[in-house]
Each structure stands twice: as structure tokens, then as C-alpha cells.
Design a protein around this ligand. Structure first.
Ligand SMILES: Nc1ncnc2c1ncn2[C@@H]1O[C@H](COP(=O)(O)O)[C@@H](OP(=O)(O)O)[C@H]1O
Ligand SMILES: [Mg+2]
Ligand SMILES: [Mg+2]
Ligand SMILES: [Mg+2]
Length: 358
């Protein structure tokens, strides 16, 4: 049964899929011709490209045009216009404007033209604070910008929060193969690239090709012996503590080396059973943002998996732009979660003892 049947969020799901598919087209065009000159540094020194901004504008445009306006539009998104309003940013603003207008014309659905001022204000559509009441779209226009710049994995990640809960998520992964990327479920369409994952609460998770193919139900792997498991983690060493993830894997008895890829493509791959575990342990003091996990986590939970913090608590997306947790995030299937949680606690204890021996 497809997610469309009996899905209370069917219209929103259709709008979300259309939005990330159009944004993916823009991102692919930019990645093919990476505009190094178009890479900006944000105040926290993280990279942002014309494609991050362009993707954010296209997603908000499509959602405003297509999603039913049951209440006023609210979106919690990663990018804002601050850097683009600064002196010296004229050229990049010009590039974004051109890129967005060209993508809209090529697509042909909308007769809309953005001025530069229109571009700036469309980016700021994403300034909502979210929270526990009402509906809020949650967008990461390019998750894994570092992977995007390297020509590797990235995702356009869009979710819908309803009364503080994630009720829908879509993940466009333009560089992810439709076949398995792990060694667990030996996919058959390995050469085809461009995956679109989607999930709605209570309706399961699916994957289809970004080019448009019938959606197929997906589910997490059924491994219950950690020795047979493999785990995903960030490609970027700075995004997760590898000493800790290494000792968790060792305690569990995981034999396979970690699969390191960028972005929420990790959640998508986990949801279709390419690997069994996802570990993410940022350095102390790092605050996780809701757009880095909202879409990915519902894709995994609707595929039958679990996503929790390091103590086993559900992630709480109702607290605003940040996730309120100070440990890490782990995801796996229901069979492995108890032993994973124990291994996480043991590894953290070991690490704390090593840091302050009696
Ligand atoms: N020091 C850090 N620790 C953990 N995550 C970080 C980080 N610095 C940046 N990030 C986040 O890691 C995301 C990428 O995750 P991954 O490592 O799984 O590819 C980034 O998303 P963006 O690329 O959207 O900025 C960013 O939000
Ligand atoms: Mg970023
Ligand atoms: Mg991100
Ligand atoms: Mg991003």
C-alpha cells in the first residue's frame, strides 16, 4: 500500500516531494559545475554555497504554492540572508538569483520571477523558531555541504512538525545509489543514482528514484547479532568522536569497518537496511539542530527502526531550533537497540574513567 492511501498528510507529502525534487535539480546543476567562487563562510566558519540558498528558496516556494494553507506558513530552515546582505556579497546574490530563476523557468510549473530583494526575503521565510504548537516545516536545504563540495553525498532534508512531533519527512539524496551501499542487502539497481526517501507517521517509509519511479516500501535490517552488524558515521572526523564510536563498536563485537558518508543519507541507507547502526557523538558543547535529524529520523522510525539519544530517550523536536541533548544520537533496529544502548553506556563510562582515573 502506498503512503498516499489513508494518509492524513497526503497533500503535504506530495508538496514536500515536489519541493525537494526541484531543489535537488538545482543542487545537481551546481555540483556539476562547482562554483568555488560561490562558497561563502558563515559566522561559525561552516561553508554555505549558492546551492544551499537556492535550494532553500525553491523548497519554500513550492511549499507555499502546493501545500494546503491550513494555517500561516512557518518554516525552520538552516540558512538566512545575513551574509548576503553584507557588502561584497553582490555577486553571489546575483548568482543565486540567476540560478533560482533559471531552475523555475526550466521546470515550467510556475510563472514567477525573483528579484534580488525577493530572493533575500524568500531565504528569510525560514526564520521560524518552531516549537511545541502548530505546524512548522523543518528544512536543511543541503545537509552535508562539505560532502556536496567534495562531490560526495548530501541530502535535501524536509520534515513537517505538527504539535511538536515530526509527522512527515522527505530526504532527497542525489548522489546515493538506488542499490545498497553497504554489504548487507546486496541491491540490484546499484548503478542508478538519486534516491528520494519519504515517510509519514503511521504509514511506513518508502524509497523511489529522484527521476520518478514507483515508490517501494523499505524497512531496517533484521540483524540481531551485533557481530553481523555494520555502522554508519560521519565522513567528517570533526562531526563525531571516533574514539568513542570505535569503542562502542568494539564492545558490541562489530567486525565490519565503519561506513563513513556525509549527511542524512546515513538515515536513508539505514532505513533500507544497508547497514544496522548509525552513531553520532559530537564534541562536547556542540548543539544539534532539528533540521539535521527531523526528516532522517522519521524515515528510520517508519522503516521500523529506533532513533534515540545516548540514554535511550526519544529526540524532542518541540524545543525550537535546537535539539536539547548533550550526549549523542544513535539509531538501529529494535532487536539491536538494547545491546547498543548498553555498549554506549559502557563506552562512555570507560572514557570518563580514562579521563579522570581515581
Ligand atoms: N562540530 C560538529 N559536530 C557535529 N555536527 C556538526 C559539526 N559541525 C557541523 N555539524 C553538522 O553536521 C552536519 C553534517 O552532518 P554529517 O557529518 O552527518 O554529514 C552539518 O550540516 P550542514 O552540512 O547542513 O551544515 C552541520 O549541521
Ligand atoms: Mg550548514
Ligand atoms: Mg545539516
Ligand atoms: Mg545544511
Amino acid at each position: 500500500m502506498s503512503q498516499a492511501a489513508g494518509n492524513p498528510y497526503a497533500a503535504e507529502l506530495a508538496a514536500a516531494k515536489k519541493a525537494v525534487t526541484l531543489a535537488a535539480r538545482l543542487c545537481q546543476a551546481v555540483q556539476e559545475d562547482i562554483l568555488q567562487s560561490g562558497v561563502q563562510s558563515k559566522a561559525d566558519q561552516s561553508p554555505v554555497t549558492v546551492a544551499d540558498y537556492g535550494s532553500q528558496i525553491l523548497v519554500s516556494l513550492v511549499l507555499k504554492m502546493e501545500a494546503p494553507a491550513s494555517s500561516s506558513f512557518s518554516m525552520v530552515a538552516e540558512e538566512d540572508s545575513e551574509e548576503l546582505r553584507k557588502e561584497g556579497a553582490e555577486e553571489i546574490l546575483e548568482n543565486i538569483t540567476e540560478l533560482v530563476n533559471e531552475t523555475i523557468v526550466d521546470d515550467g510549473t510556475y510563472s514567477i520571477y525573483f528579484s534580488k530583494e525577493g530572493i533575500l526575503s524568500a531565504i528569510d521565510d525560514g526564520k521560524s523558531e518552531g516549537g511545541p504548537s502548530g505546524r512548522h516545516w523543518v528544512l536543511d536545504p543541503i545537509d552535508g555541504t562539505k560532502g556536496f563540495l567534495r562531490g560526495d553525498q548530501y541530502a535535501i532534508a524536509l520534515a513537517l512538525l505538527d504539535e511538536g512531533k515530526v509527522v512527515l519527512g522527505v530526504l532527497a539524496c542525489p548522489n546515493l545509489s538506488l542499490g545498497s551501499i553497504g554489504n548487507l542487502n546486496g541491491g540490484s539497481s546499484g548503478d542508478q543514482v538519486g534516491a528520494l526517501f519519504s515517510a509519514t507517521i503511521g504509514c511506513g517509509a518508502e524509497v523511489e528514484s529522484l527521476q520518478g519511479s514507483p515508490a517501494q516500501k523499505i524497512s531496517v535490517c533484521s540483524i540481531d547479532n551485533p557481530v553481523e552488524a555494520s555502522f554508519f558515521e560521519s565522513y567528517e572526523g570533526a562531526h563525531s568522536l571516533r574514539d568513542l564510536t570505535g569503542s562502542i563498536a568494539e564492545i558490541l563485537g562489530v567486525q565490519a569497518p565503519p561506513v563513513r558518508i556525509d549527511s542524512q543519507a546515513k538515515y536513508g541507507a539505514l532505513a533500507r537496511g544497508d547497514g544496522a547502526i548509525y552513531l553520532r557523538f559530537p564534541h562536547k558543547g556542540y548543539r544539534e539542530k532539528i533540521w539535521d535529524h527531523a526528516a532522517g529520523s522519521i524515515v528510520v522510525t517508519e522503516a521500523g527502526g529506533l532513533v534515540t539519544d545516548a540514554s535511550g530517550n526519544d529526540l524532542d523536536f518541540s524545543k525550537g531550533r535546537f535539539l536539547d541533548l548533550d550526549t549523542g544520537i544513535i539509531a538501529t533496529n529494535k532487536q539491536l537497540m538494547p545491546s547498543l544502548l548498553k555498549a554506549v553506556q559502557d563506552a562512555i563510562k570507560e572514557q570518563n574513567q580514562a579521563a579522570s582515573p581515581l
